[in-house]
Write a protein that binds this ligand. Structure first.
Ligand code: SF4
Length: 283
């Protein structure tokens, strides 16, 4: 039987969660909340942006649900286990946190947010401030994606000690800075002007919902088979190649954002990954 990365992660998830909780209670804190070192953000550099992404442990992996509208298909195909996130050592004699260093860091970060939200927001504010300075020193435009592998309504989380007194959200705290995310949470229409969202389709999303989102001014990201490639149109809307850049706030409106399946999404049979021809017809 094929043992997948998700199986391996599930086998040590309890140990990772317990270790992270104990570490936080003993004063350990994440080394960093934001990262710039992945392929998507590196593509942003070519367009003059530096993207900072925050990766949590998605869905219930940390013990708290940070993806309230996740579907079985998106959990199975989540990018959490793509790239470095998929590196899990087989050596069962090692402590869980040493076997899955990236997954431990994501669980620690997520639990830090849920257990010590105020302190977390202070750390996030400081890192964003540093990130802005470092990007600007390099002649780049800083941009931030806080839900790299989560779906939290950040517009509802108040920072304590932001540079802007009484800021209602991290977006208000940094009004000149562009933030963006994908979301599976419907609604979320009254957003701060510097927070851009792309709706993220799952196998549980109806075609009517896709159309409704686009008609309401929000593009929809959909995952397509890497083998068949992206269609030119889907459900009557043009499909743009979302893999070329992750800067979703630059996308043309009224579009489907086509992403090719990666990691375990390549083997998805739930309907999360779409198998369609170049005209968007199901195969
Ligand atoms: S909602 Fe997004 S981040 Fe959460 S499990 Fe699904 S794909 Fe992953």
């Amino acid at each position: 039987m094929l043992i997948t990365i998700n199986d391996k992660l599930a086998s040590i998830a309890d140990a990772l969660r317990a270790t992270a909780t104990t570490a936080l209670l003993n004063g350990e804190r994440p080394k960093s909340l934001l990262t710039v070192s992945n392929q998507k953000t590196l593509k942003s550099l070519k367009k003059g942006y530096r993207t900072f992404i925050m990766h949590f442990a998605p869905a219930m992996l940390s013990g708290s649900n940070v993806c309230p509208h996740a579907s079985p298909g998106c959990i199975g195909g989540c990018l959490n286990t793509a790239g470095h996130g998929g590196m899990i050592k087989n050596d069962a004699t090692l402590p869980a946190r040493d076997r899955a260093v990236v997954q431990y860091a994501r669980i620690l970060r997520t639990q830090f947010f849920t257990m010590y939200t105020g302190e977390f927001m202070d750390s996030l504010t400081k890192e964003i401030t540093r990130g802005i300075k470092s990007a600007e020193r390099a002649g780049l435009i800083p941009t931030f994606r806080l839900n790299g592998t989560s779906d939290i309504k950040w517009e509802n989380v108040r920072p304590n000690n932001s540079p802007v007194v009484n800021a209602a959200s991290i977006f208000e705290a940094f009004p000149g800075i562009q933030f963006y995310d994908y979301t599976k949470i419907p609604g979320r229409q009254s957003l701060p002007p510097n927070y851009h969202l792309t709706y993220s389709r799952a196998e549980t999303t109806s075609d009517a919902t896709v159309k409704e989102q686009i008609e309401n001014g929000r593009n929809v990201a959909a995952v397509f088979s890497a083998t068949l490639g992206l269609p030119e149109t889907w459900l009557g809307y043009p499909v743009l190649n979302g893999d070329v850049s992750d800067l979703r706030f630059l996308d043309a409106p009224n579009s489907i954002v086509g992403l090719t399946a990666k990691g375990s999404a390549k083997r998805d049979t739930s309907g999360f990954t779409l198998y369609v021809d170049t005209d968007g017809i199901a195969q």
